[in-house]
Design a protein around this ligand. Structure first.
Ligand SMILES: [Zn+2]
Ligand SMILES: [Zn+2]
Length: 173
């Protein structure tokens, strides 16, 4: 590949990244809007309960509590979906312990949790899923290499307690 082709290629990769971060900002603002809506729902429930209590008609609040609770549950599910999308765009996933890991990590570097294959990010079941060739492992590890796994020689970060690739406990941690 010639120099200018390489230049063009890296430029289009950068454009892809830029597009992704615009999308992340857009999704984040959607999450914020939904969180605000949930706050409003809680407030309405509180007011309705108060009204019902002070007017001695406790059951009067019931309908509103039911309706708002259903809406809150839906909103929370939507937020969860958006957050999965955001992490996918950022090439990240969350461990059960709260550690944020690269999407292709097989084990958590903090608690050693094992991720099922394929990665936990599930696309809507009714959408056709494009089969993508597995990413080259080398392409995603642009981090500073400090040490490597004693078992599989994968690159480890300074604070890793477990290998992200094979789950081997890191010595001296
Ligand atoms: Zn973990
Ligand atoms: Zn390893």
């Amino acid at each position: 590949m010639g120099f200018f082709d390489k230049l063009k290629e890296s430029a289009s990769k950068a454009a892809d990244k830029a597009k992704d971060s615009v999308e992340v900002v857009r999704l984040n603002s959607q999450v914020a809007a939904k969180r605000k809506e949930i706050e409003k729902m809680y407030l309405q429930i509180g007011e309705a309960v108060f009204e019902a209590y002070t007017s001695n008609a406790e059951s009067a609040a019931e309908e509103l509590i039911k309706a708002n609770s259903a809406t809150i549950i839906t909103l929370k599910q939507e937020i969860e979906q958006l957050e999965i999308k955001i992490r996918t765009l950022k090439d990240e996933k969350d461990c059960v312990c709260g550690q944020v890991l690269p999407l292709d990590a097989k084990f958590c570097s903090s608690c050693g949790h094992r991720f099922e294959e394929p990665s936990e990010v599930v696309v809507q079941a009714n959408e056709p899923v494009a089969i993508e060739a597995p990413h080259e492992a080398a392409a995603t590890t642009e981090r500073i290499s400090v040490k490597s796994c004693s078992n599989c020689q994968a690159t480890l970060q300074a604070d890793d307690r477990f290998c992200e690739n094979c789950g081997t406990a890191v010595e001296g941690q």
